[in-house]
Design a binder for this molecule. Structure first.
Ligand SMILES: NC(=O)c1ccc[n+]([C@@H]2O[C@H](COP(=O)([O-])OP(=O)(O)OC[C@H]3O[C@@H](n4cnc5c(N)ncnc54)[C@H](OP(=O)(O)O)[C@@H]3O)[C@@H](O)[C@H]2O)c1
Length: 303
């Protein structure tokens, strides 16, 4: 059974495990199996190319699904944003989106213009709730201040056992301001990355002790935070069923302590985050061959 959590200040609850669909290749069946297991929450984006498979998966059960999608950062001007929302509605074959998220901030476009367009969409009944993604505390504050009638209910950001950057300031800020954190890449984007950061094998030990799988341990670790829900991606029925078993129970304090103590993680500093934001988009790919030659400790910080 997938437990539910409050969605920010919205007054509604959503499943604490949702189904991610970035680079998703599984067709509608695994997603439907996720619904059957209680994960009635699905995350897509106009840029993922998965809105059409999501439409297939939700056909006939739309009313039960909490449907989240995202507008890309190049579409944050009012007219582009309104057009993008209409395009997503058509692709998803629905008359409303439950959670419409700004995929990434864009400092070149006034936030007042973007948030004004988001509010128009709520008022028109095309979206129910406004969310953001990859926003820092400062960007969240500016976005919230630009809203007149509605609130930001969520911020979708990377959070997992090996990247705990948000624990420094974003997570406490969201907790204090009733903003749900939707944790993306909760399995570290590839399970092997978690294993590489676990030299003493505690993930396997805790999995054996609790009778759970390693992915379930990784998800449940994120879910120990009251305001966090997770959106792992599984492309097969087996993987999705396994992921849904990450909810419905809780790791005990000694197990959490062991994971906290033994798994190597990073918390990016402010300057590191600022540097990453300053690197022009697309330039990261050019740097990849150089980064791959660096010692693993430095490489992990940069990737
Ligand atoms: N807002 C953003 O900027 C942003 C950025 C990244 C991701 N996201 C969202 O977050 C979602 C999840 O993140 P993610 O796709 O980066 O990575 P993730 O969920 O951390 O990891 C996905 C990987 O784990 C594997 N996996 C899943 N279940 C497994 C299982 N039971 N056993 C073994 N391996 C398993 C998947 O394999 P298979 O595919 O073979 O099942 C895939 O290789 C995305 O799909 C997307 O919706 C958002």
């Amino acid at each position: 059974m997938v437990l539910r959590k409050q969605l920010g200040p919205s007054g509604i609850e959503i499943p604490e495990i949702g189904l991610g669909t970035w680079h998703y290749s599984g067709g509608p069946e695994p997603l439907r199996c996720g619904f059957e297991a209680g994960a009635w929450f699905i995350d897509t984006a106009e840029s993922y190319g998965s809105e059409t498979v999501v439409a297939e998966a939700i056909a006939g059960v739309r009313d039960r699904v909490f449907l989240a999608t995202k507008v890309s950062r190049q579409n944050l001007r009012r007219s582009s944003l309104l057009e993008a929302a209409d395009r997503s509605l058509r692709q998803l074959r629905t008359n409303h989106i439950d959670l419409y998220q700004i995929h990434q901030p864009n400092d070149d476009i006034p936030i007042e213009e973007t948030m004004g367009a988001m509010e128009e969409l709520v008022d028109a009944g095309k979206i129910r709730f406004i969310g953001v993604s990859n926003f820092s505390v400062r960007q969240l504050q500016q976005a919230q201040a630009a809203l007149q009638r509605h609130s930001i209910v969520s911020n979708q950001v990377r959070y997992n056992l090996i990247d705990r950057t948000i624990e420094a300031d974003l997570l406490p800020y969201c907790a204090a301001n009733k903003i749900t954190v939707i944790a993306y890449s909760p399995l570290g984007r590839e399970l092997q990355r978690l294993r590489d950061a676990d030299p003493s094998g505690v993930l396997q030990q805790v999995a054996a002790k609790t009778g759970r799988s390693v992915p379930q341990i990784a998800l449940n670790w994120c879910l120990r935070q009251r305001e966090v829900v997770v959106i792992p991606k599984g492309s097969s029925i087996t993987h999705v069923r396994d992921l849904c078993g990450g909810s419905g129970w809780r790791l005990e304090p000694p197990e959490l302590r062991l994971l906290d103590e033994r798994i190597r993680f990073r918390r990016r500093s402010r300057w590191e985050l600022a540097l990453r934001r300053a690197v022009p988009r697309g330039f990261g790919k050019v740097l990849q061959p150089i980064v791959r030659r660096l010692p693993s400790g430095i490489r992990r910080r940069l990737q």
